[in-house]
Design a binder for this molecule. Structure first.
Ligand SMILES: NC(=O)N[C@@H](CC(=O)O)C(=O)O
Length: 448
C-alpha cells in the first residue's frame, strides 16, 4: 500500500466551513490541503461530488472485551465502527473483570493494540470498591473515569445513592468524571410498583416510566451541584430528557466548560412510540423517552447545551434482548450507523453538515483533550471519512457487521453512505471492503 494518498476535488467539512479542495496524506499525516498535483506517485482518489469529514470520535462505546466477547470484541466492533466512518472510540469500564485497576486498564490497551482497526482509549472505572485507590492516582493523566455500566453488578456503585462516595470522588478527581446519571433509588421504587402489577412481564413501554425523567433529572442535578461545589470536571453521559437539557450552559465555549454533556444517537432517533414496533430491542438505560424529549435533545444539541454525539454502542445477543422485561439486557449496537443517522437529519433539514462535524469530531477531541485528531488540519493524523450524500441503502442483517448480528435499525433506508475511511492515513475501509494490515493507535491526550 502506498504511503501517500491524494484526495482530489472533495468538499471538506471542517471547522464551520465547507470548501472544495484537494488533500494529501503522507505517512499517516495530513500533509497539505489546497490546489495540489500529484508529483510523487500518490494513490489518487477522485472526491468529486463527495464530502470529507474528520473521522468520527465516538466518546462512548461498549466493545465488550475482555470477558463478554460473545456479545462483541475489539476486532469485530472496531471493524463495524470503521465501516461507519468512526476512526476513534473511547470504551467504557463494564467489561469483565470491571476496569477498576490500572493493570486491567493497561490490559485493555494491550488487547486493543493487537486487535482494533480504529484508534482507541479506555475509561478507568470508578465505584465504591476502588474509590480510595482511584483518588490516590494521578488522575490528571487519565482520559477519564466513569461509573458507566458498573451498576449492572449492583454493588458498591456510584448510582446507588451513595452521596459520600460521590462527594469524595468529585473533591479529589482531576480527570473527566463521566457519569451514568440515573437515581437508582427512584428506579427501584418504580420497579416494585410495576412488578406488583405485571409480575415479570412488564410491558417494555413502561421502561421510560420506571427509569423515569425524575430519576434522570435528580441524578444530573445532584452531580452538577457537586461539580460546582468542588470545581470538578464533570461529563454527563447519554442525556435523555428535555428537562435535563436546561441544566447545561451554552454561554461559554466548550474549552471553558467544567460541566459538559452528550446525547447518544438512539435518543435522537427513537421515541416511546417505537416500543410497540421494536419492543425490548430498543430497551436502553437511560430509557428512550417521549417525542418531546427527542425534540428537546436535538434543540439542545443545536444550541450547544449538548456538546457531543456518541453511540453508547452496547451489543447484546438477540437471545439476551428477547426476554421478559426484567431479564432483557439494556443496550443495543449503534456504532456502524451513527453517522448515517446524523446525515439523515441533515437530509431532513434539521442539522448542517458543519454542525455534525463539530459534535461528532471536533468537540469529542476537545472535550477529552485528544491530541491531533478530530479536525482536518495540516500536521494532524489522517483520520478521515468520505461520504456520498446521494446513495441509498437498506440496513439488513447481511450488511450489519456487529458480532451480535442484528440491529434495531434493520429495514431502515439511509440516503447516505460512507465510502472510504482512513485511520492514521491507512485506507482501512473502501466500499464494503477492508484492508486489515494495520491496527489503530492508543489515543494520546494533551495532558500526557
Ligand atoms: N446503555 C445501556 O443500556 N447499556 C450499557 C450500559 C450503560 O451504558 O449503562 C451496556 O453496557 O449494555
Amino acid at each position: 500500500m502506498t504511503e501517500r494518498t491524494l484526495i482530489k476535488n472533495i468538499s471538506i467539512v471542517n471547522e464551520g466551513q465547507i470548501i472544495i479542495s484537494d488533500l494529501l496524506v503522507d505517512r499517516g499525516i495530513i500533509q497539505d490541503i489546497g490546489d495540489l498535483n500529484d508529483n510523487n506517485n500518490a494513490q489518487v482518489i477522485d472526491g468529486t461530488g463527495k464530502y470529507l469529514f474528520p473521522g468520527i470520535i465516538d466518546g462512548q462505546v461498549h466493545f465488550r472485551e475482555p470477558g463478554l466477547t460473545h456479545k462483541g470484541d475489539l476486532y469485530t466492533e472496531s471493524k463495524a465502527a470503521v465501516a461507519g466512518g468512526v476512526t476513534s472510540f473511547i470504551d467504557m469500564p463494564n467489561t469483565f473483570p470491571n476496569v477498576l485497576t490500572i493493570d486491567i486498564l493497561n490490559e485493555k490497551y494491550r488487547i486493543a493494540s493487537a486487535q482494533s482497526l480504529a484508534n482507541f482509549g479506555f475509561f478507568l472505572g470508578v465505584n465504591g470498591d476502588n474509590l480510595e485507590e482511584v483518588i490516590k492516582l494521578d488522575t490528571s493523566k487519565l482520559l477519564g473515569v466513569s461509573d458507566d455500566g458498573l451498576y449492572f453488578t449492583k454493588k458498591g456503585n456510584l448510582l446507588a445513592d451513595n452521596p459520600e462516595t460521590m462527594e469524595k470522588l468529585f473533591a479529589n478527581c482531576k480527570s473527566v468524571i463521566a457519569i451514568h446519571s440515573e437515581k437508582e433509588q427512584i428506579i427501584e421504587e418504580h420497579e416494585n410498583i410495576y412488578r406488583e402489577k405485571y409480575g415479570e412481564n412488564v410491558p417494555v413501554a413502561f421502561h421510560p416510566l420506571i427509569r423515569s425523567e425524575k430519576a434522570c433529572y435528580e441524578a444530573t442535578r445532584r452531580a452538577i451541584a457537586l461539580a460546582n461545589k468542588y470545581g470538578a470536571r464533570l461529563h454527563i453521559l447519554h442525556l435523555t430528557t428535555e428537562a435535563e437539557t436546561h441544566l447545561f450552559r451554552n454561554d461559554i465555549p466548550l474549552q471553558q466548560k467544567n460541566i459538559t454533556t452528550e446525547v447518544s444517537v438512539h435518543h435522537l432517533w427513537f421515541s416511546d412510540i417505537d416500543y410497540q414496533r421494536l419492543g425490548t430491542l430498543i430497551k436502553w438505560n437511560p430509557a428512550i423517552k417521549t417525542e418531546k424529549d427527542k425534540k428537546g435533545l436535538l434543540k439542545a444539541l443545536l444550541d450547544d447545551r449538548i456538546d457531543i454525539v456518541t453511540t453508547d454502542h452496547a451489543p447484546h445477543s438477540i437471545e439476551e434482548k428477547q426476554k421478559p422485561y426484567f431479564q432483557s439486557m439494556s443496550g443495543a449496537p449503534m456504532v456502524q450507523h451513527a453517522l448515517n443517522i446524523m446525515l439523515e437529519f441533515y437530509k431532513q433539514g434539521l442539522i448542517s453538515l458543519e454542525k455534525i462535524a463539530e459534535k461528532m469530531c471536533h468537540n469529542p477531541a476537545t472535550l477529552y483533550s485528544i491530541e491531533k485528531r478530530g479536525f482536518i488540519r495540516e500536521g494532524y493524523f489522517a483520520d478521515l471519512a468520505i461520504v456520498d450524500l446521494n446513495s441509498s441503502w437498506t440496513v439488513n442483517k447481511k450488511n450489519t457487521l456487529y458480532k451480535c448480528g442484528w440491529s434495531p435499525l434493520e429495514g431502515t433506508i439511509f440516503q447516505t453512505k460512507v465510502t472510504h475511511t482512513f485511520v492514521n492515513g491507512n485506507l482501512v475501509y473502501e466500499n464494503g471492503s477492508f484492508n486489515e494490515m494495520k491496527r489503530g493507535q492508543a489515543l494520546t491526550t494533551e495532558k500526557f
